[in-house]
Design a protein around this ligand. Structure first.
Ligand code: PHE
Length: 333
């Protein structure tokens, strides 16, 4: 019987080696070690052996054989489980290196970058950010800004009219200054606000002019605001945005909505002057249009082109390049 037991164990181990799946291994385990398996049968045969010695020897051989088969089942099951898991992992594998080999994800447009940096710098100086509509009424775009219907300064703004309401009553805003009025109407002073956005001029585009471009407007309204606050703010902004080597100056100019008015220039470390935008003390008529008493409040405003800033910062030769969406151009920034 001992030989039979050992032979059965060897046969069992051989069959286990041949199974290909975990399920097959489990099925074979039941077949071999279960109640109707060969080893259960050997156990019943033990009782029929003649001597105690024989029973003891055969019983020991049977135990050893059963244990050998059990551990063979264990080992084979583990092996198969590992193999099946490896197949599954391979099937579910995601090749992350693929992402690296593809072109980059892209980034914000240079005008968006300039816009965001301007906001950051002004927010750092204590300003808040507001936005107004791109389609405006004639009143907000001109009249409230001290440009009544036949004011000559209107001719400086080549205006796109929108076919809405009374003819000439609705425009694509020609500057961000109308947002000054909207802010004054909605927010009680003190006001320290910047207003970036898209503006429109009905002109032929060239290397330095676009029909659709961006401006950032600044408005400060408080008690006792003077031209010195305006000059100091422009200077602080210049240093914060461009760097310590830069400085600014105001040059007398004219805008209907500010009095006095100035243009402001930035001096580069090399000594070149760069024209940036317009500014001035908010005209009393403008304060009144915004619902404020000029006897109580005073303030300053400024406005300049964002696209211009991006152009100068990156030494772009032609502003139109920034809107052709040529990836070879855009990728550089
Ligand atoms: N709105 C003016 C322009 O578009 C700029 C400006 C803004 C001037 C605020 C003075 C004060 O040219």
């Amino acid at each position: 019987m001992i030989d039979d037991v050992r032979a059965a164990a060897d046969a069992a181990v051989e069959r286990l080696a041949a199974v290909a799946t975990l399920a097959e291994a489990r099925a074979l385990e039941t077949e071999l070690l279960g109640k109707r398996g060969p080893f259960a049968e050997f156990k019943t045969r033990l009782g029929a052996l003649a001597t105690v010695e024989e029973k003891k020897a055969a019983g020991q051989a049977l135990n050893e054989a059963t244990q050998a088969v059990q551990s063979a089942v264990q080992a084979r099951a583990q092996e198969l489980q590992r193999a099946e898991r490896a197949v599954q992992l391979e099937a579910e594998r995601i090749d992350l290196t693929e992402v690296l080999s593809k072109p980059g994800r892209g980034h914000a447009h240079i005008v968006t970058q300039a816009w965001q940096r301007l906001e950051d710098v002004f927010v750092g100086l204590g300003f808040q950010v507001a936005e107004g509509p791109e389609v405006e009424t004639d009143w907000y775009n001109f009249e409230a800004l001290n440009m009544p219907p036949d004011h000559p300064a209107r001719s400086m703004h080549d205006t796109f009219y929108v076919d809405h309401g009374n003819p000439g009553s609705t425009v694509l805003r020609t500057h961000t200054s109308p947002v000054q009025i909207r802010v004054m109407q909605h927010i009680a002073p003190p006001i320290y606000m910047i207003m970036p956005g898209k503006v429109f001029r009905n002109e032929t585009t060239d290397a330095t002019h676009l029909a659709v471009f961006h401006q950032i407007e600044g408005l400060v309204i408080d008690r006792g605001i003077t031209l010195a606050h305006l000059a100091g703010t422009i200077e602080a902004f210049t240093k914060a945005f461009f760097g310590d080597g830069f400085s600014s100056r105001l040059r007398p100019s004219y805008f209907p909505f500010t009095e006095p008015s100035a243009e402001f220039d930035i001096r580069t470390p090399k000594g070149d002057w760069l024209e940036l935008g317009g500014c001035g003390m908010v005209h009393p008529n403008v304060l009144r249009a915004g619902g404020l008493d000029p006897e109580e409040w005073s303030g300053f405003a400024f406005g300049f082109g964002i696209d211009r800033m991006a152009k100068e910062r990156h030494a772009v030769g032609d502003v139109r390049e920034m809107y052709t969406n040529d990836i070879r151009f855009i990728e550089q920034f």
